[in-house]
Ligand binder design. Sequence first.
Ligand SMILES: NC(=O)c1ccc[n+]([C@@H]2O[C@H](COP(=O)([O-])OP(=O)(O)OC[C@H]3O[C@@H](n4cnc5c(N)ncnc54)[C@H](O)[C@@H]3O)[C@@H](O)[C@H]2O)c1
Length: 255
Amino acid sequence: MGALDGQVAVITGASSGIGAATARLFAAEGARLALLDVRPVAGELLGLGTATGHVTGHVTGHVTGHVVDITDAAAVERATAEVAERHGRIDVLVSAAGILDEVPFLEMTPERFDRTIAVDLRGVFLAARYAAPYMVEAGRGRIINIASQLGIKGGTGLAHYVAAKAGVIGLTKALALELAPKGVLVNAIAPGPIVTPLIDGLSEEWKRSKAAELPLGRFGRPEEVAPTALLLASSPAGDIYVGQTLGPNSGDVMP
Ligand SMILES: NC(=O)c1ccc[n+]([C@@H]2O[C@H](COP(=O)([O-])OP(=O)(O)OC[C@H]3O[C@@H](n4cnc5c(N)ncnc54)[C@H](O)[C@@H]3O)[C@@H](O)[C@H]2O)c1
């Protein structure tokens, strides 16, 4: 028995990093997956439906891939409807799609600010906006938004990213209040630095000094974030979490 047997989970940003690790763990726990990303989802991930013992034997099409730009409202609405049609329901949404780039505030153009807000905040809103009705109709569901600890502590050269991630934490609280009475639990995860392609562009020097200041002395791995998403998606393990921001962050932030 997997913790998510028979459940349908939508994961955005599933091509890489935290989204991909979450997809692997959720598949191993018996979930059927709809993987959304602006890039095509790798064959290895799409093969999860048959490659792992836990999820064979169900209907074919256990794992579906959907190429969607998370900032495109019409495309997100269409993809969500397609998921509900193909899989019959939506039990869990994990919003992991995101971008990160560094630019000093005095050089930040409005366009660059808007782009990060569009992907990292509006994308989280859109995914929830179109998935939640299916959950409300069923009287149950889980929405898990991947924020960042930078949304709590701030960060230099990252005003757009920090604003978006603080927005995700606020959005999570607002949705949690509104949807909990309807059976839908909404929470966020604010990871610390995690080794994924997202942080490839940051300098080695920054990475070394950042790792040295962490109580754990090292960055996390995507596989160390996915279990927090599993906890929040699971029942009864996650039944008591409402509007929380959990921090798999090597001890960097202790709110
Ligand atoms: N890596 C870290 O240190 C770290 C720390 C805190 C929070 N996060 C957050 O975790 C989430 C996942 O990041 P990651 O580290 O796994 O990065 P990643 O780059 O490995 O994965 C991000 C995924 O989002 C997808 N994506 C980007 N723009 C998109 C769009 N417009 N529409 C749809 N998909 C899009 C990418 O194609 C990619 O597959 C992000 O929200 C990120 O901000 C990451």
